[in-house]
Design a binder for this molecule. Sequence first.
Ligand SMILES: [Zn+2]
Length: 290
Amino acid sequence: MPELPEVEVVRRGLVTHLVGARIDDVQVFDPRALKRHPGSAAAFASELSGHTVTAAVRRGKFVWLPLDSGDALVAHLGMSGQFRVSRDDSLRHERVRMVLNDRPPLSYVDQRLFGSLAIDHLVPTRDGFAAGLGSDAALLPRQVAHIARDALDPHLDLDAVIARMRTRTVAIKVALLNQELLSGIGNIYADEALWAAGIHYLTPANRLTVEDYQVLISEAQRVMRVALTAGGTSFDSLYVNVNGESGYFDVSLSAYGQQGTPCPRCGAPIERAKWQNRSSHFCPQCQRVS
Ligand SMILES: [Zn+2]
């Protein structure tokens, strides 16, 4: 699943390939790619057609494209969603195509169909600050309004996030992945941050100190910034992104995917455990449940 850095690279690609363009025609090849859209596929196409995209904005793993109609096109990539600049008609798993007035068509491709495009109304942010990266407007799609500011958002109120997490009795990894508390942290960055802070993923969130959280969140921010730098340099101009399942950026990781290799801190082999339909990677020596 693409995480914040991968989705940010998609947003940057959309700034280049979609912002300023007028959408002249929309072809929906598979309405299952519109499952977050409240209306029909025909309504989706007609609400987009003739409108110009004015920005590309991201919060967490959501990207939205405000339109000159006053609404926004919202994209959540799910497991395998991609935007591709297509010059041919043979893209596999192409679900939606947007024909643009002054540049090649843009295709939404999604093999596994966990992602979705939708058109949604914009609502004001609760704190009055800019809603996400890519626009100064304090407006976000209604279906994104419950998503918390992400870990790299300059308007993130870190003290408030930590205070809320410290009231939770769930495992710390559950709290870190809860996009309504803090968005953008997925499995990779959660495992890396927990390893860096020396915290076991099953530790109850209310047992950690403010200092623990400061280390945890700053480490998640650090790894995501490194990934963003790597992604920014491997950008292929033909693709708006290349975030297929193997498309993670080349970032040196200490815990995630490192099962069996020595912990960089103590040398004990990193372990991988099944956890909530995914996996957790940790050092059994330096990350213990306290
Ligand atoms: Zn260790």
